[in-house]
Design a protein around this ligand. Structure first.
Ligand code: AMP
Length: 211
């Protein structure tokens, strides 16, 4: 490892595996995991001048920029090296981030739409541990855990389709923004988590060495 405090953004559509791979990055590179999705889920019913995050999240829409920017700037202040997961999600967030910090790498996880829908609609969460499972790919052995699994409110078929539309419309253009600066590396996310990690880890190493 060449840098003690890498500043990374993990991008990709909902269901690409950003959460899973962020955990690997945290373990390997000893950075903070800054995830706006988790922060918003923990504060769904907070009243803001735009309403509660819940209203936007359950519709699959983006929570207004000032709310998410505030979460990120507070987290950045405490982070010596980070992996951003789920942020920035539009160009205005990317510009805000730019005004707050430099970045070493944008790693983009690429997965086809059909596979994303399959992963998201089949995803189940253990409310006690926050661990993710999947009805086909990965169910817990323990029957007690199996019985308490729940589906995220926004993992229903209709909301998943909306989230993927929002990604195409708002978030995909952010990739061009970073591409122009030569910061983006693409990783094929349509493989097993271990295979994706092997490739992603190597990509990060190279980017840090070059930087
Ligand atoms: P995620 O867990 O990253 O899929 O995020 C779940 C939901 O939280 C999204 O569908 C949005 O409603 C909201 N959200 C998460 N991150 C952001 C962000 N950077 N900007 C706006 N809304 C966000």
């Amino acid at each position: 490892m060449s840098d003690s405090n890498p500043r990374l953004v993990l991008m990709g559509p909902p269901g690409a595996g950003k959460g899973t791979q962020s955990e690997n990055i945290v373990e390997e590179y000893d950075v903070e995991h800054i995830t706006t999705g988790d922060a918003l889920r923990a504060n769904k019913d907070i009243e803001t001048e735009y309403g509660t995050p819940r209203e936007y999240m359950e519709a699959g829409e983006l929570v207004p920029d000032p709310v998410v920017n505030e979460i990120v700037v507070t987290a950045l202040a405490d982070a010596d090296g980070f992996v951003l997961d789920g942020y920035p999600r539009n160009e205005s967030q990317a510009e805000y981030l730019d005004s707050q910090t430099d970045l070493d790498l944008i790693a983009l996880l690429e997965v086809g739409r059909e596979e994303l829908v399959h992963r998201l609609t089949g995803r189940r969460v253990d409310p006690e541990t926050g661990e993710n499972y999947h009805v086909e790919y990965n169910m817990p052995d323990d029957p007690e855990v199996r019985d308490r699994l729940v589906q995220r409110d926004d993992d229903t078929e209709e909301t998943v389709q909306e989230r993927l539309e929002v990604y195409e419309e708002n978030t995909a253009p952010v990739i061009d923004f970073y591409e122009e600066r030569g910061l983006v590396e693409r990783v094929d996310g349509d493989r097993s988590p271990d295979e994706v990690w092997e490739d992603l880890d190597a990509t990060i190493e190279v980017a840090l060495d070059d930087g």
